[in-house]
Design a protein around this ligand. Structure first.
Ligand code: SF4
Length: 322
C-alpha cells in the first residue's frame, strides 16, 4: 500500500475547527473532516487574530478613495492595516505549507468573488475581488494547492486539488534532503501523472533531472521545483487522461482477449464522452497491473495520486474549472 507524505494545509478555522464566525457559527465540511487523518491542518482565523472577538459585528470590503479597505461599518473601524500586517507575519512564519482551504466569499478569507461596496452604509456592491487574508495567501503561495471550500465540492476541482497537494508534499520530502537518486525516482514514479498534466513540462523536467550541465544538486532541485509547479498549474483534459490510459493499456494489449480489449476501449470511450468517471477506466488498468504484475506501472502515482479514502464521489457541480 502506498505511504503518502502528510501535507501541511492552511485552513480557515471556522471550517470544522472552531465556532469563530462573526455570529459564533462553525461551518461543517464532509471533505475537510475526511482529510483530517491525512493532512496536518494549520487552522487560522484572521479576524480573531486581529482582535475582533466572537461574536463581532460583520466587516466588509469598502472602496475608500478608490482603494479597497477592510471596514467594520458599525464601529467605523478600518481593520486594513492590522489585517495586512497579520497576514504577512503569519504566512512568513509557516514552514513549507503545500496548500490552503479558505472560506468562500469572506472579506478576510475569500480568494475570489468577495463583494466590494462603495460605502459604509447598506448599499449594493459594485465589484468583487479577493478578501485581504485570501489575497495574501494567493499572492505568496500561488504555486500551491489553494482553493475555497465551495469550489472543493466539485469532483474534478477536488481531484486536482488533492493530486497537486500530495505531489507537492512528496516533492518537499525529497527536497529536504536533496539527492539525484531520489529525484530520478520521483520523476520516474510521476511520469504518467506528469504526462497527463503537461507533456511539455514533463519533458523539461526529464531534461532537468538528466542534468547535462552538471549543475549542483541544490540548483537542479530549484529548477525542478519551479517547473513542477508549472506542470500542475491546470487540470488535465479528458483527452490527456485518455492518452495516458491508452499508453498504459499498451503494456497489456497483447495479453488480453479481444472481448477484454473491446470492453476496456468501450469504457474509455464512455469516459471520453463524459458518460463515466475517470476512476472506472483507471480501475480497469489497475486490475491489469495486478493481474500481470507490471512493476513499472504499479509504482506510477497516476493510479493512486492521493489516499483512496479521499475518493468522495459527491459532486455539486459548483465551481468553474480553471
Ligand atoms: S472566514 Fe476566515 S476570518 Fe472569517 S470566521 Fe472564518 S476563519 Fe475567521
Amino acid at each position: 500500500m502506498t505511504k503518502f507524505v502528510v501535507p501541511k494545509v492552511i485552513i480557515s478555522k471556522c471550517i470544522e475547527f472552531d465556532r469563530c464566525r462573526y455570529n459564533g457559527d462553525i461551518i461543517h465540511s464532509e471533505f475537510v473532516s475526511s482529510l483530517k487523518p491525512f493532512v496536518e491542518f494549520i487552522p487560522v482565523c484572521a479576524e480573531c487574530e486581529i482582535g475582533l472577538g466572537i461574536p463581532r459585528d460583520p466587516i466588509r470590503i469598502v472602496l475608500v478613495n478608490k482603494k479597497t479597505r477592510l471596514i467594520q461599518p458599525s464601529t467605523n473601524t478600518d481593520c486594513t492595516d492590522k489585517m495586512v500586517k497579520f497576514s504577512a507575519d503569519f504566512l512568513n512564519s509557516l514552514d513549507k505549507p503545500c496548500g490552503a482551504i479558505l472560506k468562500a466569499y469572506s472579506p478576510s478569507c475569500g480568494i475570489k468573488g468577495v463583494k466590494i461596496y462603495p460605502a459604509f452604509e447598506k448599499v449594493a456592491s459594485v465589484d468583487t475581488g479577493a478578501g485581504f487574508f485570501g489575497a495574501a495567501v494567493v499572492e505568496k503561495f500561488s504555486n500551491l494547492a489553494v482553493e475555497d471550500e465551495l469550489r472543493l465540492s466539485n469532483f474534478r476541482i477536488r481531484e486536482h486539488f488533492l493530486t497537486k497537494l500530495f505531489v507537492i508534499a512528496s516533492f518537499y520530502k525529497i527536497a529536504a534532503k536533496p539527492s539525484m537518486k531520489a529525484l530520478v525516482e520521483f520523476q520516474s514514479d510521476n511520469k504518467l501523472l506528469l504526462m497527463t498534466y503537461n507533456q511539455t513540462k514533463m519533458r523539461e523536467l526529464g531534461k532537468t533531472v538528466a542534468n547535462h550541465l552538471k549543475k549542483p544538486v541544490t540548483d537542479v532541485f530549484a529548477d525542478y521545483e519551479a517547473l513542477l509547479y508549472k506542470a500542475f498549474a491546470k487540470l488535465p483534459s479528458y483527452a490527456a487522461n485518455v492518452n495516458t490510459l491508452m499508453h498504459a493499456f499498451g503494456y497489456f494489449s497483447d495479453k488480453l482477449t479481444s472481448k477484454e480489449k473491446a470492453f476496456f476501449l468501450d469504457t474509455l470511450e464512455k469516459y471520453r464522452l463524459e458518460k463515466a468517471p475517470l476512476c472506472i477506466p483507471v480501475s480497469l488498468v489497475k486490475s491489469m497491473i495486478v493481474r500481470f504484475g507490471e512493476e513499472y506501472l504499479s509504482r506510477q502515482t497516476y493510479f493512486a495520486p492521493y489516499p483512496e479514502e479521499l475518493y468522495l464521489m459527491s459532486d455539486t457541480g459548483k465551481g468553474r474549472i480553471k
